[in-house]
Every structure is written in C-alpha cells, then in structure tokens.
Design a binder for this molecule. Structure first.
Ligand code: SF4
Length: 254
C-alpha cells in the first residue's frame, strides 16, 4: 500500500511514539495510497533499538485513522456505524493481540488505581480459567492460527472481555488494534449471535492489527485474556531493531 504517489492536497497526518527524554527520536515523511488517495504522513519514532510496543501509539493512530475513513465512506453512502458505548456485543469474541499489545495492556492494568486494578486482574484470571476448562488456550502463550473454528468455540463460552464495564470498553483510548478496526453497520444482534451471517463489517484500507501481529510474531499471537499472564511469564521483548526498522516492517505489511 505504501508507494510513491502524486502529492496529496491535505496537511500531513502526524503520528508519534517515543519520549525525547528516553532517547533520540527520528522523524520521517511517508506517503500511503489509501483507497486510491495519496495521504502524506509525518511519523516520529524512537531512533534507537526498541521493542515493537514502543511504537504502538503510531500504529494505534493509524488504525483509528483507517476506522475514521471507513466510517466516513459508509456515512457518504447513507450507512451509519452501529457500534457505540453501551453495546459490547463484539466484546465476547476472541480478540487476538500481538505480544507488543499484550505488554502494553499489562502496563495499562498496572497503572489502574485500586480497587479497580484488582477487579480487572480477577476478571482476567476468571476468564483464563473458564477458557482453559473448555480446553482452549491452556498455556499462557498460544501461538497458532487465527481461524473461525477456534473463534466460534471461544465465542460460545460467552466470556466477556475483562475490560468490558456496563457493556462499554473501559480502556477505550488504549484498546487493541483489532478492536479499533471492528466496525459494523448491521444490527448488534448479529454480533451477539454465533453466526457471522448478517454482520456487515466495514472494510478498511489497510490492516494495521495484522501487520503488527506479523511484525511481532516471534512469540506468537495471544488471546487478549492471556495478556497479563504472558507479560509475567515471557522474557522481555526483543530490542534488536530500531524504531525506523520496525516502522518500515509494519508499514510494508499493511
Ligand atoms: S478491549 Fe475494549 S473494545 Fe476490545 S474487546 Fe475488550 S472491552 Fe471490547
């Protein structure tokens, strides 16, 4: 999707990750062709060796941008997105996350005040136990194919995401990439059923969640509910690539 293109008329989309107090940053320009439109980006990332999770704010921003563009395209066609706070129908589905996202979610939980943090940790433990009792994802790290069969088996268990509160996402600014990219124009009843028939999911002009998964697959993908156990049990994230190298890897897979 990334390629040389004629200049776009709009200002560059600026996305950044990294803290200048933690080390030097690198800023570069890239043009992505999104749906036939050239969109200029100015991207800032840590210049030195880092882990994939250190670049997540850039990928989250890109994911949200693609979701916004898909929403606008649907609105122009007279179709409204039906996803809204108070509808958590999709939050009982299997949410695959990259190891980098699991690490980031663990930091989000660590930063929660008590007693909220303990409540969320207990919900993670309960979800892991329920799913393991059903014979799914019985190890803290579960490399494997993401396929519809395991997704349906998981969904049948009715395990709510540990972050779901009153049918709304309690970590909305920090939610995983695949959550940002799941937008439907169909009735919530379809998302809440076991059948995908009737679900009208908006197509995006790229797939940041899968691109990050593939760029970060040395530990395999995880179900979201294993994020905390993975963070505690897995060795530290590799830091053998620079920020620009990781960025180029992900952008090349969009
Ligand atoms: S992280 Fe938020 S949006 Fe994603 S499944 Fe959990 S509650 Fe739903």
């Amino acid at each position: 999707m990334s390629s040389p293109a004629s200049p776009s008329p709009g200002p560059a989309v600026r996305l950044s990750a990294g803290d200048p107090d933690q080390g030097p940053l690198a800023t570069g320009a890239v043009t992505l062709v999104l749906g036939g439109e050239a969109v200029d980006f100015e991207l800032t990332v840590p210049a030195g060796p880092v882990a994939v999770e250190d670049l997540l704010p850039v990928f989250q921003g890109l994911s949200s941008l693609l979701a916004q563009r898909a929403t606008a395209r649907a609105a122009a066609q007279g179709r409204a997105v039906s996803c809204r706070a108070g509808c958590g129908a999709c939050c009982r589905q299997l949410v695959p996350v990259a190891p980098a996202e699991a690490r980031a979610l663990a930091r989000v939980v660590e930063a929660m005040p008590q007693p909220r943090q303990s409540q969320v940790r207990a919900r993670f433990e309960a979800a892991v136990a329920t799913v393991a009792e059903a014979g799914l994802f019985t190890t803290p790290s579960a490399p494997g194919e993401i396929n519809r069969t395991v997704g349906l088996d998981y969904f049948r268990l009715g395990v709510a995401c540990p972050f779901l509160v009153d049918e709304a996402c309690s970590i909305h600014p920090d939610r995983p990439l695949s959550c940002r990219e799941y937008l439907v124009t169909s009735s919530p009843a379809h998302c809440a059923s076991l059948s995908a028939e009737g679900i009208e999911k908006l197509p995006l002009e790229g797939d940041p969640s899968m691109a990050v998964l593939k760029a970060d697959l040395r530990d395999g993908w995880l179900p979201l509910i294993h994020a905390l156990a993975f963070d505690q049990s897995a060795p530290p994230s590799p830091r053998d690539r620079t920020g620009p190298q990781i960025l180029a890897d992900v952008m090349g897979r969009l």
